[in-house]
Design a binder for this molecule. Structure first.
Ligand SMILES: [Zn+2]
Length: 278
């Protein structure tokens, strides 16, 4: 069982049936970790543990989603990395996706499973639509009290939709996450292409969200990408960044060629190919 699966098993043990019941402080307390909210210098949260008891100190941020993620992240450290103390710099999973800190990523994964267990999160994300928009995901993020970035990363992880999510700024890509069954061969551009909607957000200061069909070569550096189409959603984010969600709706993007024969790797349910609002 992976650390994430263990976190989800814990939520099931509590008999939690809706996101409003995900009381992360109570879950932490049950696991021997008390939570305090106090000002901290230079980090978002700390963890100090002795024997079977730990204290997590979280810097109040005024953003409940980030505070909850910090608590769940420290609980991840407590469950996975017992015996060590931590000073954690960030309170959002996207920051650690942009770095290469193994223990931090493990704690983030644990936190994401704990706050957004698949059995609650996946049905919520897909309720009433087979291609969720940022507006819909925002409603789900609010219900689960998590950030938009945390929600779209988790949406890719649960692997029920053929999606790649990413964040860019004017310098280039900051982080990316792909649904596990999306073929690894699709390589995102390192900087935004001028034809993408996301480029207009970062470089032209466009403040509205946008979604629509897009030639895949606006996003992927693979030879022949222009033969395919994707659906791009772009949304302004903090610090001059843009959140991007790409749906790979073209079944041929899932084909692999072995010894001259083509096989389809697609593991996702078919989409409706309706017009996108922009
Ligand atoms: Zn940490």
């Amino acid at each position: 069982m992976t650390p994430g699966q263990r976190a989800e098993a814990l939520i099931l043990e509590f008999g939690i049936a809706s996101p409003s019941e995900l009381d992360v402080e109570a879950i932490a307390c049950d696991g021997g970790m008390d939570v305090r909210y106090e000002p901290l210098d230079g980090c978002a949260a700390t963890l100090a543990g002795i024997k079977n008891h730990a204290i997590a100190t979280v810097r109040p941020s005024g953003n409940r989603g980030r505070e909850r993620f910090s608590v769940a992240h420290e609980l991840g450290h407590w469950n996975l990395h017992r015996g060590q103390s931590f000073r954690c710099r960030v309170d959002d999973q996207s920051e650690n996706l942009a770095s290469d800190a193994k223990l931090e990523k493990e704690a983030d994964s644990c936190a994401a499973h704990l706050l957004m267990p698949r059995y609650l999160f996946d049905p919520a994300i897909r309720s009433g639509t087979n291609r969720p928009s940022f507006k819909h995901i925002e409603e789900v993020a609010r219900a689960f009290e998590v950030s938009m970035a945390a929600a779209i990363i988790r949406m890719a992880e649960v692997d029920s939709l053929p999606v790649i999510v990413a964040s860019y700024n004017a310098q280039g890509i900051r982080w990316r996450a792909a649904a596990p069954h999306v073929p690894r061969r699709w390589r995102l551009h390192q900087t935004l292409d001028q034809d993408s909607f996301a480029y207009d957000v970062v470089s032209a200061g466009k403040t509205e969200r946008c979604a629509g069909k897009q030639s895949a070569d606006a996003w992927f550096s693979n030879d022949g990408a222009g033969e395919y189409e994707v659906i791009e959603h772009a949304m302004p984010a903090l610090k001059g960044e843009v959140l991007v969600m790409l749906y790979l709706t073209d079944v041929e993007m899932f084909e692999i060629s072995v010894a001259g024969r083509k096989f389809e790797q697609r593991n996702y349910e078919p989409f409706n190919f309706g017009r996108e609002p922009c």
